[in-house]
Design a protein around this ligand. Structure first.
Ligand code: APR
Ligand code: PHB
Length: 390
């Protein structure tokens, strides 16, 4: 098989890039390790920056998001019994975020790929990039007993944190930066009315909690738990009781509880791999970087990579201009590190760190007290939350 852009990974990054390119007549093939059902079974975050939402519209995939997603003009931060609203809209000159689940968005991307006749090969096993530093790179993969080959101009590694693309960059070229947090998030999805119309991030001495939502009838809640906990350790009753303890009394009193539809624990980690380009291989999304979910920057960071890469590839194919391809890694990383900083800051401010000295805990409280006494502080939070410019 021959194509222009060979994309490894059929998650949101790979699908979005392939869809954007196809609309400009650039051909790609997506190789995805799992079945579509498996990819669509993952429950992930659901807050989109305005820039990301615009990119989806540009890809022709914004209709359902615009009908079913919710535009949010603010988020809340709870601290003990206090609840503060951050007026995102007012503090950023009218910018907002879109609440729309990643699972839905991925489904929309798959449907758009189908409608255009895009090539997405599922259950592609042993995907391997080759000859990345030559002008004729190619991918191989296995389906059953047959090994197939995709020749391409460029390879895009959009195969997530555990993918093969990053691993194909020689160790002496790649630098990896990592920070692992000593706790995880236990998440519950429930068919209940959200406790509040806007998200609530809560800092409590028992640990962090987050009230989020997917729709008017579907809620997503999280609590900070030790890394040693397993989802089976937490009955629904125990989860609701602990969540209530961490919310201000007047919020907890309104919480609607019900059976969990999904319950899982995710560890918190920050990770960046540099550079994001090696020869004709370009990394994008989770393949190159991950963040703890506290700032809702995972998918949005992937979105900024795709935006830069899309324009770089367009410039190459439409104008013979390779400057965007040369500067991709540097440009993408500059924004990625800012999202890393914001996610680390939100995580540090809002979680309880086991064994942290009393001095650090007082500083955390002071950080929140400062934030809610300073418009400059709030504006900084707001401009990062809605997304820095591309
Ligand atoms: N070969 C082919 N496909 C692979 C391989 C491989 N060796 N390894 C992983 N994949 C596939 C995975 O099955 C998955 O569908 O690559 C896809 C990567 O998707 P994601 O992990 O969702 O990563 P990405 O598309 O970059 O999405 C951005 O940011 O913080 C997150 O939650 C956010 O998942 C979102 C991500
Ligand atoms: C979610 O809805 O799953 C969600 C929202 C905001 C976050 C993290 C997760 O910061």
């Amino acid at each position: 098989m021959k194509t222009q852009v060979g994309i490894v990974g059929g998650g949101p990054s790979g699908l979005l890039l392939s869809q954007l390119l196809h609309r400009r007549g650039i051909d790609s093939v997506v190789l995805e390790k799992h079945t579509r059902a498996h990819v669509l079974a993952r429950i992930r975050a659901g807050v989109l920056e305005q820039g990301f939402a615009d990119l989806l519209r540009l890809a022709g995939c914004g209709d359902r998001m615009d009908h079913q997603g919710e535009v949010h003009e603010g988020v809340n931060i709870a601290h003990g019994e206090d609840l503060h609203r951050v007026d995102l809209h007012g503090l950023t000159g009218g910018r907002t975020v879109m609440v729309y689940g990643q699972t839905e968005l991925t489904r929309d991307l798959y449907e758009a790929r189908d409608a255009m006749g895009g090539v997405v090969i599922h259950e592609a096993e042993d995907v391997q990039p080759h000859d990345l530093t030559s002008d004729t790179p190619y991918l191989t993969y296995r389906q059953g007993d047959e090994v197939r080959r995709v020749a391409c101009d460029f390879v895009v590694g959009a195969d997530g944190f555990h993918g093969v693309s990053r691993k194909s960059i020689p160790a002496d070229v790649l630098t990896e930066y990592e920070k692992v947090y000593p706790f995880g998030w236990l998440g519950v999805l429930s068919r209940t009315e959200p406790v509040a119309p806007e998200l609530i991030y809560a800092r409590h001495q028992r640990g962090f909690a987050l009230c989020s939502l997917r729709s008017r009838v579907l809620s997503r809640y999280y609590i900070q738990v030790p890394l040693t906990d397993r989802p089976g350790d937490w009955s629904d009753e125990a989860f609701w009781a602990e969540l209530k303890r961490r919310l201000p009394g007047h919020v907890a009193a309104r919480l609607q509880t019900g059976p969990s539809i999904e319950k899982s624990i995710a560890p918190l980690r920050s990770f960046v791999a540099e550079p994001m380009r090696y020869g004709r291989l370009f990394l994008a999304g989770d393949a190159a970087h991950i963040v703890p979910p506290t700032g809702a920057k995972g998918l949005n960071s992937a979105g900024s990579d795709i935006q830069y890469l899309y324009h770089a590839l367009l410039d190459h194919y439409e104008r013979g201009d390779d400057s965007g391809l040369y500067s991709y890694s540097q440009k993408a990383l500059a924004r990625i590190w800012k999202a890393q900083r914001f996610s680390w800051w939100m995580t540090s401010m809002l979680h309880v760190f086991p064994d942290s000295p009393a001095y650090d805990r007082r500083l955390q409280e002071t950080e929140l007290n400062y934030l809610f006494s300073s418009e400059a502080g709030l504006r900084s939070l707001a401009e990062n939350y809605v997304g820095l410019p591309y």
